[in-house]
Write a protein of this length. Structure first.
Length: 278
């Protein structure tokens, strides 16, 4: 697979009793043990899930190295079955897989995994991060990081990091995207938002009465200063990049480029791109 980058370890984990089907990828541990969240998601195929694990773990290596922390990159991906509920037995079976690695990977929340499930994993394995009360939900901190990255990008492009006279299109109004929208709105930014989930849209409208809602298919085409992808992977590709009407792309979504060539496409379009791992 093109996403394979000399990964140190790639595991397929299954448990027939609980229905667990998961991939665990450890990309690089030169700086220390791997860290990276666990994602629970409905994938079109096992290959798509494996590719996601490979890409996400590689991005975590970059993130840790750039942040100067003594950790490497890893990731866990659990394939959700749309016909079956997510059970504690499945989460425990997955945590046993993490425990077998004996500290080569520390994992915690990502898409589809909540603090209650972190508690369940902690019953089985000590190598779980984001402990409730001690650390908890990481999304507000991720949003704050994106907020400061946006300010740095504004300063680079416009000579000022002021938010109040700028416009922002936020794709994905989940925990991280909505918090980013709140931070930007609090500083006087004009916010356009999109999400596939109507409940998330209603929550955003209640929190941010001035937000303008557009469809997920149209959000990247809006004429704004900053496009912030905060949903899933692959929003930037040969089709969407020519449709962008922004000067900066900076968001919380992992692996926003569909291919490495898309980074060059953004550069050629004179759009400043801040990768998610920054």
């Amino acid at each position: 697979l093109p996403e394979f980058d000399g990964h140190e370890l790639v595991l397929t984990e299954t448990d027939e009793k609980s229905g667990l089907k998961a991939f665990i990828a450890i990309h690089n541990t030169n700086l220390g043990p791997a860290v990276g969240g666990t994602r629970y998601w409905i994938y079109a195929s096992e290959e798509e899930a494996l590719r996601d694990a490979l890409r996400l773990s590689r991005a975590m290596t970059y993130k840790c190295a750039l942040a100067g922390v003594p950790y490497g990159g890893g990731k866990g991906v659990i394939i959700a079955d749309p016909g079956k509920p997510k059970t504690k037995e499945l989460i425990r079976a997955y945590a046993r897989c993490i425990d077998k690695l004996q500290g080569r990977l520390y994992t915690g929340e990502d898409v589809g995994i909540d603090p209650d499930e972190v508690r369940v994993m902690l019953e089985v394995a000590p190598f779980i991060i984001g402990k409730p009360v001690v650390a908890g939900d990481p999304s507000p901190w991720a949003a704050l990081g994106v907020f400061y990255a946006i300010r740095a990008a504004l300063r680079s492009v416009f000579g000022s990091d002021g938010i109040s006279d700028r416009s922002f299109a936020v794709k994905g109004l989940g925990k991280c995207g909505l918090e980013l929208a709140r931070l930007l709105s609090e500083q006087g930014g004009e916010i356009l938002g999109a999400d596939m989930n109507q409940e998330k849209i209603e929550e955003a409208k209640e929190l941010l009465p001035k937000i303008k809602i557009v469809s997920p298919e149209e959000i990247h085409r809006q004429k704004v200063d900053v496009f912030a992808p905060c949903a899933l992977s692959g929003d930037l590709n040969s089709k969407t990049i020519p449709e962008l009407k922004c000067q900066i792309v900076c968001g919380a979504a992992n692996n926003q480029l569909t291919s490495p060539e898309d980074g060059s496409r953004l550069h050629e379009a004179a759009i400043l791109y801040i990768p998610d791992y920054l």
